[in-house]
Design a protein around this ligand. Structure first.
Ligand code: 5AD
Ligand code: SF4
Length: 539
């Protein structure tokens, strides 16, 4: 067994960060590092941070304080900040948090082992030896620069060890695009993750094949605006003729025909290729969709390919045209609704999810009402609702005063949550009576949980629901509901991302045997619905 240094790695924020952390873990493991679950015993503590919303940042800052206390107590520990907060704060973070030893931006994670080495070898290593940030490079402008993109190596280096610690995993992320070119005024992503860079389709398909060979059942393709994937062939090749990642085209490319003689892989082509060339893949998903430029070509491929999940997460953000303009979202309410109409017409059983920001600067009551009416007009399975928070480095923080009082934001937030609950209830109810395939993710032993609960009365039962924009969302049952449950329950998801709880019959195998269901797809008749949860029985 390896005796290398121990590492604790915690991830904040989005699925892109989760994937980055997985790649970092694989990379460090291959170099002899061992991962541990407890930050108080680790030689190296790494936080992969998110700066999309203030809340995630505050959590990360408080973790830095905890590691600072270990250091003050004289312990030898290396503290590294990875991800978007590192990229955005740069040297300023080292000044404000002297306990931080190294910083590594999301586009430079391949350089992390070198940074750790620098810190381990030389106490007081120079600042530049402890920081890997894209800085001004982050908005790369040429295909050549993208061809020199070492981060691609990290994606390509993904470990596929069937005996490795991740071997049990049945669901995996595959990045198709990094960065974002949209510049929504509230959003830090274009600054922290840089310009849109698209990976060559052959690399993506190869990665999908290798994941499936390693036992993966479900793949989620990741991109900030995943439907804007576009790869023009023949423009970025290395000396051996291998295609390289490529900076994305401007928005105009999506509204004009593909130039004659130019071979292009669009998002629709990519989906169709993966579906055809990776036939053993049971479920193919993608997030996050940008409501503009989601063409019928994509919907047609979804309709034709049964293993592509009929689920679209396409954040509307607001129902008011003036606010959408101030957000620089690039579409109107009418265009959003037209897109949804097309989805419903072509894929009647497609589920739709979204995100909304309330309290964007200058949002009036009447404009908020337009968001209310949008929520009522679209059959959203769920919506994640966020209070606007001004983010350093964004256009909005310079351009607008954060003039909506927190109290008003809170009221609007709660009102939308109530309305979304009604809408979710209707959408979930419409599925009752249907039989659907469910990918089992977890087995719950309610009797064991109740025993634990009785021992510690404060603990609430929770069911975790992954979501593209906020890593984990917990649906909490209160104690009374929880204690009314008995026996074993399998928890899983439909292709449309509905969460299903399946009561296993009383003569079901023991909890240990039931674990064998995890990672398999079972047929389930949906028998009842709550706003965010379906009940079902195995058929
Ligand atoms: N304030 C509030 N919510 C935000 N989001 C992104 N930036 C902000 C911000 N500054 C939300 C958007 C996005 C999701 C990932 O986070 O709704 O879709
Ligand atoms: Fe941010 Fe807008 Fe890009 Fe999404 S599309 S990552 S909200 S800039």
């Amino acid at each position: 067994m390896s005796t290398g240094p121990t590492v604790y790695l915690e991830t904040f924020g989005c699925q892109m960060n989760e994937l980055d952390s997985e790649l970092v873990r694989g990379h460090l493991r291959s170099l002899g590092y061992r991962f541990v679950e407890d930050f108080t015993t680790a030689d190296i503590v790494l936080y992969n941070t998110c700066s999309v919303r203030e809340q995630a940042e505050n959590k990360a800052y408080s973790r830095l304080g905890l590691v600072g206390m270990r250091k003050k107590a004289g312990e030898q520990v290396i503290l590294g900040v990875l991800g978007c907060m590192a990229e955005r704060d740069g040297a300023d973070m080292l000044r404000r948090f002297p306990q931080v030893d190294l910083l590594c931006g999301p586009g430079e994670l391949d350089r992390l082992p070198a940074l750790i080495d620098n810190v381990r070898r030389a106490e007081g290593a120079a600042r530049e030896e402890r920081m890997a940030l894209a800085g001004s490079k982050s908005r790369r402008s040429t295909t050549l620069a993208a061809a020199e993109d070492h981060l691609e190596l990290l994606d390509l280096s993904r470990a596929f060890d069937p005996s490795g610690p991740d071997a049990q995993r049945r669901s995996a992320y595959v990045r198709i695009t990094r960065g974002c070119n949209k510049f929504c005024t509230y959003c830090v992503v274009p600054n922290t993750r840089g310009a849109e860079v698209h990976r060559p389709p052959d690399s993506i398909i190869d990665e999908c094949k290798r994941l499936v060979d390693a036992g993966v059942v479900e793949i989620t393709l990741l991109g900030q605006t995943v439907n804007h994937y576009r790869y023009s062939h023949g423009l970025a090749v290395d000396a051996d003729g291998r295609e390289q990642p490529q900076v994305g085209p401007g928005l105009a490319a999506f509204r004009a025909p593909i130039p004659v003689g130019q071979k292009v892989t669009t998002f629709a082509h990519l989906l169709a290729r993966i579906h055809e060339e990776v036939p053993a893949l049971q479920r193919l998903r993608f997030v996050t969709s940008y409501p503009r430029d989601f063409g019928d070509d994509i919907l047609d491929v979804m309709a034709a390919c049964p293993r592509i999940c009929r689920y679209i997460h396409a954040p509307a953000q607001s129902g008011s045209n003036r606010i959408l303009k101030a957000m620089n979202r690039g579409y109107t309410r009418e265009e959003y609704l037209e897109f949804i109409d097309r989805v419903v017409a072509k894929l009647p059983d497609c589920t739709i999810a979204g995100d909304i920001i309330v309290g964007f600067p200058t949002e009036t009551d009447a404009e908020f009402e337009e968001t209310v009416s949008l929520l009522r007009a679209v059959p959203f399975k769920n919506n994640f609702i966020f209070k606007y928070s001004p983010r350093p480095g964004t256009v909005a923080i310079d351009r607008f005063e954060d003039d909506i009082p927190d109290e008003v934001k809170r009221l609007r937030n709660n009102l939308l949550l109530d309305i979304q609950t009604e809408v979710s209830r209707t959408v979930h109810a419409s599925w009752v009576g249907r039989t659907v395939p469910v990918l089992v993710e977890e087995i719950r032993d309610h009797d064991a949980a109740r025993a634990r609960d009785d021992a510690s009365p404060d603990s609430a039962l929770s069911l975790v629901s992954a979501h593209p924009s906020s890593k984990n969302v917990e649906i909490r049952w209160n104690r009374r509901q929880a204690t009314s449950r008995h026996g074993l329950q399998a928890i899983g998801r439909t292709p449309g991302d509905l969460i299903v709880a399946i009561n296993l019959p009383p003569d079901a195998p023991s909890s240990q045997n039931a674990q064998a269901l995890v990672g398999t797809v079972v047929g389930v008749e949906l028998t009842a619905a709550a706003p965010l949860l379906m009940q079902g029985k195995m058929v």
